[in-house]
Every structure is written in structure tokens, then in C-alpha cells.
Design a protein around this ligand. Sequence first.
Ligand code: FAD
Length: 141
Amino acid sequence: MRRLIYCSQACQDFDPDLLVDLLRQARATNERAGLSGMLLYCSRSFLQLLEGDEDALAETYERIRADRRHTNLRRLLDAEVSQRLFPDWSMGFDHVDDDELAQDLPGYTPATSYPLMNPDLITDGKVAESLLTLYARNKIR
Ligand code: FAD
């Protein structure tokens, strides 16, 4: 089993309707492929964790990478793991606002653009994993 985390920059503002479309699409496909994970969106940036079978993960990431709705994808983690962090979620989701991030991420100032892909803040996969796990608690499933 593999876990992959990447961050990316949205090419447009994602309003709630667009996010719902995206999640519906992702959840249906992930369920069929046996993938689970968590997606954060904040100020036109995405942070996503995906986990499951290696081949299914590679195929899905190729599709995500080619998606013109976002750009500048940066892979933060791609590792063999023994168990899932999000076994029950075909794709958990949270739309984080600037104030929440400022509270939870030391060093973050709300003026930062694309905060979830800022390498000074999300320094590596472990920081990303912690942030995703933090927001996964009590959030939309
Ligand atoms: P098609 O449906 O044939 O679409 C081709 C292209 O059209 C896409 O690449 C995209 O650029 C564009 N497109 C597709 N739908 C829309 C739409 N509603 N509005 C505007 N443009 C559109 N897919 C998963 O299966 N699992 C995931 O976990 C997942 N996470 C994602 C996370 C992010 C941040 C983004 C941006 C996309 C994610 N997707 C996910 C969607 C994925 O990128 C593909 O769009 C989807 O899997 C369908 O692939 P397809 O090859 O059938 O594309």
C-alpha cells in the first residue's frame, strides 16, 4: 500500500459549487479504485493525501496531474505504508479559511498567497500529513 501527498495551485477560485463537483467526481472514482484520503482547500491552494493500491494510486495521480483546474503540483510524500490514515473516507474534505490556518500553522500570515503550497510553511510530507490529520478531525466526511 502506498501514500501520496501533493500540493497544487488552483487555476480559478473554487466556490462551494465547484468544490462539490470536484469532490463528487473524486469520491465516486476513488471508491471504485479502493482509494481513500483527504483534501484541503485554502486561498486557491490544494493539499491532498491519497492512499491505496500502488497501481490505482499511480493511475489516479496521472489523471489529477493532467487536470487543467490546477497547476504547479509538488509531490511532498510518496511512500510505502503499512496502514491507511483515512480508511473510511473516499475523500475527506475541508475548506480552511485564513484565520483557521493562522491559528494552526505557526508562521502563517493571512496575506500569504497559496498557503498550502508555500514551501516555508509546508516544509515536507510529515508536516503536510499532520496538517491533514488535524483538519480531518470533526470535518465533513
Ligand atoms: P475527464 O472527465 O475526461 O476530463 C478531462 C479534463 O477536463 C480534466 O482533466 C479537467 O481538466 C477537465 N474537467 C473535468 N471535469 C471538470 C469540471 N467539472 N469542470 C471543469 N473542468 C473539468 N479524481 C479522482 O479520481 N480522485 C481524486 O482524488 C481527485 N482529486 C482531485 C483533486 C484536485 C485538486 C483536482 C483539481 C482534481 C481531482 N480529481 C480527482 C479529478 C481528476 O483530476 C479528473 O478530473 C477526474 O478523475 C476525471 O478524469 P478524466 O480523465 O476522466 O477526465
